[in-house]
Design a protein around this ligand. Structure first.
Ligand code: NAI
Length: 378
């Protein structure tokens, strides 16, 4: 089977997420990196692209040049473009590439407004192209195992979900002007929300993903612990799911001492599950009245949805870039026309945008309970 051609926008040298995409997309021999507009500085982007092995005529200075250049190539154009730029650019780039007939993997948050999120859902439906959002934590094998265990009734009806995505890496007030930190709290670059849109939506999406249920209403409390920040760096969001599950979510970027800090616990009528991103190969399972057990990746006996994602033997760490690689595997399959129900789509991206916006509104109104769903899914 021929490799698919892959292009990247953003993710330039020194960026946070760029390397994880390159390691992930290239891990399984499914894609070749053949085009890119990698940096907001055209020359730096062209130069870095060529160092990564992209041909000079496809190492573009900016995404518009890349769109035109790739359109002209007809059948020899990229099969997939990844959008890994700061948030405020996602909508414009994703829309333009989808409308031109390209498949897109967009970084989260997919857009900045709810309306834009809904528009991307409609364009993806209309064009029939793959439009995925990089909720890559959902692609860890033991997260897929948790989802399968819930779906197969192993913990009974889910009563409650508690999740945290709290780190301390933006907790130094004297580093608040660092260019890699600052845009995340600048409404012009990040949108209406800082930490919740940056990390909290991973946690909220994960709750929906594992429970296979949608968040329908929420109540939020936001704070800027570093007072100079216009957007929140700490948030607590209470939510309810369509099936009645109670949800609690805490996200913070000033939790000094927390490293990555993404944790989810699912409490059902007959058992509980816990997954922690810093120990991603292990899923903790407690049956009601029974002993707590560790379900370990590589030990065998997992559900097929989890089993197929394992690559290296038991006890060898399989971390973040390979979770991203699992997303790319699912995208490659989807591009080739196979159904991939676990792939995070534009719908998940739009639901997150609604949760972000309505959380901001709720926080401004003293934590008032609000509908969390985008109007198109009410
Ligand atoms: P960063 O600030 O470290 O890097 C951004 C990169 O994009 C830089 O190379 C910059 O030169 C380039 N860039 C900026 N504007 C551009 C433009 N108009 N055209 C081409 N290149 C452009 O940012 P980071 O942390 O890599 O975040 C990028 C995106 O990835 C954000 O939307 C962020 O939310 C998301 N992200 C997702 C993660 C996940 O777990 N899925 C983890 C980290 C970031």
């Amino acid at each position: 089977m021929a490799k698919l051609q892959w292009g990247m926008i953003g993710g330039g040298e020194g960026s946070q997420i760029g390397p994880a995409h390159r390691l992930g997309a290239l891990a399984d021999g499914l894609f070749d990196l053949t085009a890119g507009a990698l940096d907001h500085r055209p020359e730096a982007g062209r130069e870095y692209g060529q160092r990564l092995g992209i041909a000079a005529d496809r190492s573009y200075g900016d995404w518009k040049e890349m769109l035109e250049g790739e359109k002209k190539r007809g059948d020899d154009a990229i099969d997939l473009v990844t959008v890994a730029t700061p948030n405020s650019t996602h909508f414009e780039i994703t829309k333009a590439f989808l409308e031109a007939g390209f498949n897109v993997l967009c970084e989260k948050p997919m857009t900045v407004t709810v309306e834009e999120g809904e528009e991307i859902v409609k364009i993806a439906e209309k064009t029939g192209k793959v439009c995925a959002v990089n909720y890559c934590y959902t692609a860890y094998p033991m997260v897929r195992q948790a989802r399968a265990m819930v779906a197969n009734g192993e913990i009974g009806k889910v009563r409650c979900v508690v999740t945290e995505f709290s780190h301390g890496h933006h907790g130094d007030a004297t580093d608040a002007e660092n260019p890699r930190v600052r845009w995340r709290y600048d409404p012009a670059m990040a949108g209406v929300s800082g930490q919740f849109a940056d990390c909290g939506i991973h946690a909220l999406n994960m709750a929906s993903f594992i429970c296979n249920d949608e968040v329908v209403k929420l109540s939020a409390d936001f704070a800027s612990c570093i007072a100079s920040r216009e957007l929140e760096d700490d948030a607590m969001v209470n939510f309810r799911m369509a099936g009645g599950t109670v949800g609690r979510l805490w996200t913070s970027s000033v939790a000094i001492g927390r490293q990555h800090g993404f944790m989810i616990q699912i409490f059902g009528e007959t058992g509980g599950l816990k997954w922690f991103s810093e120990q991603p190969n292990q899923l903790i399972y407690t049956p009601v009245g029974g002993r707590t057990q560790i379900i370990e990746k590589g030990e065998g006996g997992l559900y097929p949805e989890a089993e197929r994602l394992q690559r290296v033997g038991i006890a060898h760490p399989e971390g973040f870039p390979l979770a991203v690689a699992n997303i790319y595997c699912d995208i490659a399959a989807a591009i080739r026309g196979e159904e991939r129900k676990d792939l995070p789509t534009a719908e998940a991206g739009a639901r997150s945008m609604a949760a972000v916006h309505y959380s901001v509104a709720s926080a401004k109104n003293g934590g008032e309970w609000v509908d969390a769903r985008p109007p198109m899914f009410r």
